[in-house]
Ligand binder design. Sequence first.
Ligand code: PEP
Length: 252
Amino acid sequence: MRKNIVAGNWKMNNDLKATSKLVKQIRKSIKKTDLKNTRVIIAPTFVNLTMAVKRSKKSKLEVAAQNMHQAENGAFTGEISANMLKSVGVNIVVLGHSERRAYFGETDALLAEKVNAALAHKLEVIFCFGEELADRKAGKQETVVESQIKNALFHLEATAFKKIVLAYEPVWAIGTGETASPEQAQDMHAFIRKTLADKYGNDIANNVSILYGGSVKPENAQEIFSKPDVDGGLIGGAALKAEDFYEIVNAF
Ligand code: PEP
């Protein structure tokens, strides 16, 4: 059975002290909750991963990286490899976030390489994709999303999807305060699941968690998460406040 997931993408926020404080607060708040079928993940910056992993030990909190390089090692100044993440106890990586695509030129082809490298090191991948506002206005959202998924993931064997979580994040809803309506999210998630089923069969499609991302807040989380094909959220802004994040986790 697929899991519900609430994942916080902290982006380039929180120094060492702030990370320590927020991890402690989240850890404490989820301890008093019956998480049932819900996984709780946070993605702090690279430099704070070691500490976040340490502080999350013996709790249900899981720690992800926000990115990684596709090469094993070598002359790639400033980059971090899959093996390095594993070596500090990180087992999950977010790939393909729209900010990586927009500001750092990450293409579907590059992301396919990153996904391969992550899976080779047994990292679980939270794979992000989503259309821009112009695509949606032109009614092209499904075509765009389908090609992002196909280009980066459809070379994989079916078994690889045990280690993949999908995150649909319409670019026009990220950090804008504008959320896709629960119906828009459900329609797209159902389309994504069908796209997966057509290629890999219903078993795989029904077991992959598909998260929605884009201005999820305590006020709208419950309605979005109530949709049958929405298995949780990738949360940006609201993941930076322990109370808000906790309320979103509790929306299930
Ligand atoms: C994100 O960055 O993945 C995101 C969904 O951000 P926000 O929740 O702030 O829109």
